[in-house]
Design a protein around this ligand. Structure first.
Ligand code: NAD
Length: 434
């Protein structure tokens, strides 16, 4: 089995199935297609399947022409999981959120595996890419696959290879971001490395699926903790009358031993606010309390309140209250230059301001209409930024510093700017850092 599969991979005759065609799965599909593999994309969302088959894209930074090119190269999307038997490799890129108790919600992974298992056959590789706690691959995937009568390491091969996608980052592509991969057995490992090595410049083997799962968590916990640290430093610096952004810029000139992280209005996105708690949950099974993660979570989660307090203080100086003020939030995506709103702190800010009685509006060149979100509703469309529009608001809150905003115009025409991103370097009477 191993030899045949390796031969199919090296001759590019292997059919690659990507399951979950979102921010992670779609670029991966494009890369396998670009190299010449036939790719089958699986998703439960029929509208995504239909759009991809028409050569369209639903992710802003992925141009439709790339999807159309992949279609010409043989890519096909489907919601029919029985077609999993056509694939030689199945790569799972489905969501791993937290439930309402902030515990891991593996239901997407389990549902996916259960839909695929009846169609698995000998000679396939299964790779899980979704961020998750150490043990998921061998505790959740392996027994389900083996219950079908297929021996992992002999009949089918199982690896964990964490995704490192950074949407909107123009400096790195799927090909140039090194890929970590750990297998259940050495044969699994060998096949996983061969598959990823065919499309990615550098593959990094680790000794087990658990080590690979933990690697991804370490990367994201490192970020969450350091962002928590600079957020705390921002509050201290502000009390002392020091500009934290100036300090970070200065510290970043040290050529070793310092990595610059930037404070903001809170954490957003699918990864950093969520993934650390996958480890917190699993660590409890081992009697370990993950104090750094909890502390960073606490500091980061308190940042929207800090920003609202700064905004209230700034309005107060102008003899106004939040109640009744017209406030324009700039940027509702969770980070600059993307259209992804998952866990965006801007939405938390908008809700807090609305609850305090403000008339809230937003402007975001990447999100023309406030989308339907499970837990948040705003019937709003993005305000076009003009001098007249800006001058109408009592306060403009810079929450996400998209490159497309005209910062000079904002400075010139906004009555009051509350800057939670350290975008404005020079002090001005209408700018308050938050
Ligand atoms: N977005 C990122 O920048 C990023 C970066 C690194 C890691 N990750 C991780 O990658 C994983 C996927 O994240 P994403 O951002 O691509 O999510 P996403 O929500 O953009 O995409 C997931 C896709 O999976 C589909 N899906 C859901 N259940 C399914 C099922 N049972 N079968 C088939 N398809 C199903 C959804 O319809 C959606 O299209 C997560 O574990 C995430 O933590 C994401």
């Amino acid at each position: 089995m191993k030899k045949q599969l390796l031969a199919k991979i090296s001759s590019r005759k292997a059919v690659v199935g990507i399951v979950g065609l979102g921010y992670v799965g779609l670029p991966l599909m494009l890369r396998f297609s670009e190299v010449g593999y036939k790719v089958l994309g699986f998703d439960i969302d029929g509208s995504k399947v239909a759009r991809l088959n028409k050569g369209q894209s639903y992710i802003e930074h992925i141009p439709a022409r790339e999807v159309a090119k992949a279609r010409k190269g043989g890519f096909e999307a489907t919601a029919d999981f029985s077609r999993a038997k056509e694939a030689d490799a199945l790569i799972l890129c489905v969501p791993t959120p937290l439930n309402k108790y902030r515990e891991p919600d593996l239901s997407f992974i389990i549902d996916t595996v259960e839909s695929l298992v009846p169609h698995l056959r000998k000679g396939q590789l299964v790779s899980l890419e979704s961020t998750t706690y150490p043990g998921t691959t061998d505790e959740e995937l392996l027994p389900r696959i083996e219950a079908r009568g297929l021996k992992v390491g002999k009949d089918v091969f199982l690896v964990f290879s964490p995704e490192r996608e950074d949407p909107g980052n123009a400096s790195f592509t799927t090909r140039t971001i090194p890929k970590v991969c750990g297998g259940v057995t050495s044969a699994c490992q060998e096949i996983g490395l061969a598959l990823y090595g065919a499309v990615i410049d550098k593959v990094v083997p680790v000794s087990s699926t658990r080590a690979a799962e933990m690697t991804k968590l370490l990367e994201n916990i490192h970020r969450a903790v350091n962002i928590g640290l600079v957020n705390e430093m921002k509050i201290v610096a502000d009390r002392m009358g020091i500009d934290i952004h100036e300090v970070i810029r200065a510290a970043a000139t040290k050529p070793f031993g310092f990595v610059a992280y930037h404070p903001g209005p809170g954490l957003g996105g699918h990864c950093i606010p969520i993934d650390p708690f996958y480890l917190t949950w699993k660590a409890r099974e081992y009697g370990v309390h993950t104090r750094f993660i909890e502390l960073a979570g606490e500091v980061n989660a308190s940042m929207p309140d800090y920003v609202v307090a700064k905004l209230a203080g700034a309005l107060n100086q102008r003899r106004r209250s939040i109640k009744g003020s017209h406030i324009l939030v700039l940027g509702i995506a969770y980070k600059k230059d993307v259209d992804d709103m998952r866990e965006s702190p801007s939405v938390i800010l908008m809700e807090k301001l609305r609850d305090l009685g403000a008339e809230v509006a937003y402007s975001d060149p990447h999100i023309p209409v406030f989308p339907r979100l499970r837990e948040h509703t705003f019937e709003l469309a993005s305000v076009a930024l003009t001098p007249q529009a800006l001058a109408k608001y009592d306060c403009v809150l810079l929450a996400t510093d998209h490159a497309r905003f005209d910062y000079d115009m904002i400075r010139k025409y906004a009555r009051l700017i509350v800057d939670s991103r350290g975008k404005y370097l020079e002090p001005a009477p209408n700018i308050v850092k938050a």
